[in-house]
Each structure stands twice: as structure tokens, then as C-alpha cells.
Design a protein. Structure first.
Length: 134
């Protein structure tokens, strides 16, 4: 075996090792992401409780203000805490991923402009989440 062939073989083995390492890391990330997404039903329940709406309606296309605000709260909380991606949450809620992105922006803007209604609902939600998590 020539030096060139030996170097190629070593390089190939290193690439395989890196691929295995990346697969392992991807598997670990997927496991933890799945563990995090298990929190979503509890998050939905808490948001629905705060807005006094039924859980089933959160999955609808209904655009009634309280339902929309509850959905947006879920979007904001899930995404900023990296519980799921926008696409994953869109699939869970039966919405488009751009709806999820818009929901995040609405809450972010509400915090920046000190929207008291949104801030109060969010604080109530956080309080409810802390009680549920005990």
C-alpha cells in the first residue's frame, strides 16, 4: 500500500468517525427536543386556562381575539424556550409556520411597548405554569 493510499484510507476513516459522531449528536438533540415537546400539552392547557377558553378550540382556525392571543402566547413561550421549532409547533397547532412566527412577534412587540393586557396575561400564564410544574 502506498503512502497516498494509506492517507486516503485514514482520511476516509476519519470522515466515517465524524459522521458517526454527528449522528450521535443529532440523536441526542432529537431525544432532548422530543422530551421538551412533551411539555406542549401542559403549556396549551395553561394558556387556555388563562384566557378562559376550551383546549380544543386552540387547534381551530377561529380568529376570535382571546383564542388568537392564547395561540400567540403559546407560540411565544414555546419558541423562546426552544421547546419546539416553529414548524413543529405549526404541525401541533394545525397552523402555518408563518402564523407561529407572527405570534412570537406580537408578544415580543407587546413587551417592548408595555402592552398591559398582554403582560398581565403572560404573567398570569407564568404563574399558572409554576403551579402546574410543582
Amino acid at each position: 500500500m502506498t503512502t497516498r493510499e494509506l492517507k486516503s484510507l485514514i482520511a476516509l476513516e476519519l470522515v466515517k468517525e465524524c459522521m458517526n459522531t454527528n449522528n450521535i449528536i443529532a440523536s441526542i438533540n432529537q431525544y432532548y427536543m422530543h422530551k421538551e415537546t412533551e411539555k406542549i400539552p401542559m403549556i396549551i392547557r395553561s394558556a387556555c386556562k388563562v384566557f378562559n377558553i376550551s383546549e380544543g378550540i386552540i387547534y381551530s382556525k377561529n380568529r376570535k381575539q382571546d383564542i388568537v392571543k392564547a395561540r400567540q402566547l403559546i407560540c411565544y413561550y414555546v419558541c423562546i424556550n426552544k421547546i419546539a421549532t416553529e414548524e413543529e409547533l405549526a404541525n401541533i397547532l394545525g397552523q402555518n409556520h408563518s402564523t407561529i412566527n407572527h405570534g412570537k412577534k406580537v408578544y415580543r412587540n407587546a413587551f417592548e411597548t408595555n402592552d398591559s393586557y398582554i403582560i398581565n396575561k403572560y404573567n398570569e400564564f407564568i404563574k399558572h405554569m409554576s403551579i402546574v410544574n410543582k
